[in-house]
Design a binder for this molecule. Sequence first.
Ligand code: GDG
Length: 737
Amino acid sequence: MSKLIIASNRLPIRIDKEDNEIKVTPSAGGLATGLKSYHRENDSLWIGWPGIMPETDKEAATIEALLKKEHCLPVYLEADLVSNFYDGFSNATLWPLFHYFTEFTQFNETYWDAYCQVNALFAEAIIQQAEENDTIWVHDYQLLLLPNMLREKRPDLTIGFFLHIPFPSYEIMRILPWREEIVAGLLGADLIGFHTYDYARHFKSSVKRLLGFDVEFNQILLDNRQVFIDVFPMGIDYKKFEKYAQKIQSTPIQERSKEHQDIDRFLMSVPDRKLILSIDRLDYTKGIPQRLKAFRYFLEKYPEYKEKVSLVMLTVPSRTDVEQYQNLKNEVDIHVGNINGEFGTINWNPVIYFYRSVPFENLIELYSSADVALLTPLRDGMNLVAKEYLASKVNHTGSIILSEMAGASKELGEAISVNPNNIYDTAEAIYKALTMPEEEKKKSVISMQKRIKRYDVYKWASEFMTALGNTVEKQSDYHARKISSEIKSKIVNDFAQSKSKVFFLDYDGTLQGFFDDPQAAYPDEALYALLDDVAALQNLHLVLVSGRDKETFDKWFGNKPYTLIAEHGAWLKPLGEQWIERKAVQSDWKENIRPVLESYVDRTPGSLTEEKTYSLAWHYRKTEIELGALRAMELVTYISNLIINQDLEILEGKKVVEIKVSGINKGIAASEYLHANPSEFVLAIGDDWTDEYLFKELPENANTIKVGTENSVAKYYLNNYKEVRTFLKDIIAFKNK
Ligand code: GDG
């Protein structure tokens, strides 16, 4: 049975050395907290950096034994590497950039080299452990190159990737000097998951713009496989929080922990005293100074809350070696000092500030005691604290103020939503949360709880794994039909044994690649030579069947010994004869359509029209990608209304919309040809939607081949026009044997 290997920068436990003693502590942070429950239940192997480099073999053995108990395996990193990879490229380049802090983003070759090196070390460690067809689940921004490194070495593996932080808009992503490498690194995965639809949308936009791959809904069509993109908002171990909160609720006050009794005493010492809670790593993305400014403004505007409200701010030390984090710490210290100095009294500190992490039990005590959770990150992939706070509210009390920039805000629609940069609105939100009627609070807490209880971390992980399994099934259908050496021998054998043969070959995308200007895609010398060799095969007819206009086709192939079918079948040039018009129709319809297409050219820079005998086409290959697709959709709707009751139809090809006389398509043309020239062996190759007509109309025993990875009725697949050329060469070579 295949196993699951989880790979993330940090392991769920952290190894430290204190007074020569090896110590194990649970890792803080969203990923570790969320995923460790799933790991425990699913007998997976977790590979990551334990946070320490052993000094002796004995020490390494101790560390590995401790990790093994937790089903973990270490990737050791030298101190230099940690500094350039972790503090450097991960936290001083990717982290600020992906959270839209371009002013903090550092570009440094040494950081980049270390990042590549560490990703390669992870790939090596995984490959050593992975057996055939195992599943690898890679996590987060520290390992963006890993999926493709694994894919290159081990194509048999099923690879999933989940990004825990936002994926930024293309306008931000394009700033990065290594943007193409990063996006290509991720595309090694079979499935890439994000917390929200916006992040997925941004990623697809970068794929299209940076690497030029086509994206169809949630699939990216690479040359040789598909990558699936989907949204999986991460959940928490809901029951664990709920259970623990219930336990403390039912514990009599005098039996509670010392810390909890301190909180109780503090709240009870003044009637109707309220506690606002905020918990985050001390990180500039979390909006801590803005939050403090908002709280200060609240105290100024609503002086009646003096001595009645305190903000308990738990900030967990994080990335303390990075300069911005040290600066932030100083800034927060100053804000807290100022507020407490200005508003505090002998009996009251407006801000109760902790710069440390607390044990899980104390965390739940804080969640259960707080009247309001004030969570105002400037950007946050998800924000699990919001969900944990709600899960701990077993009495359905409390309210939550949540930044609209946190991924969690998409699911927690009943929270009081704020723009964290607007300190005045945030102050008003605090007032609203404190004065909201109990019934209203209860209603919104219950409805949010229902949602996050259902979609907890187990559901999140299992939905991801199910989706990953499904992508593999979809890929395997494609791979089964991909022309292998066995399929190729079968086709070549049939070919050799047949007395009469015909090849129907599409041109653009099948024999030649795409160019921005369609006229630039003329046949190169190698292609002419190849087609001549094909046409010279005994008992074989070569038919080129294309949507191209007959003039271009005539110029390129008019004197060649091939049959030509142009304009999707409107024109036929049998071998050695003149062009024949297959259907006589009037062309006055063009007068109505042409101005419409011209207006689309004016409004869509980069697009152009093309006129053929039976059709008018609007090409948008060179336009801004989304604008072109949007205009194409508009154009199709508009023209559909114009051509009602006319003998016309619309074809949507690759980056082209074509309006043409109906009853003409490549399939009808090819089957008429076959009727007049019956053949034992039929081969048809095409890449486009319009070639599907060809595949459908041909007899059952025809060898139909789709170029590309989109769904097709064709029997087989090849990846691109280069593979088509090689395939044709192989047939010729066989004959020469
Ligand atoms: C990243 C993304 C995304 C905090 N203080 C203590 C403590 N914690 C635990 C909380 C929570 C976790 O740390 C923090 O998770 P967040 O989601 O809020 O934020 P990040 O660490 O930045 O996580 C984030 C997440 O990945 C998951 O995909 O949501 O957007 O930035 O679980 O409970 N735990 C203990 N003591 C503390 O003092 N025990």
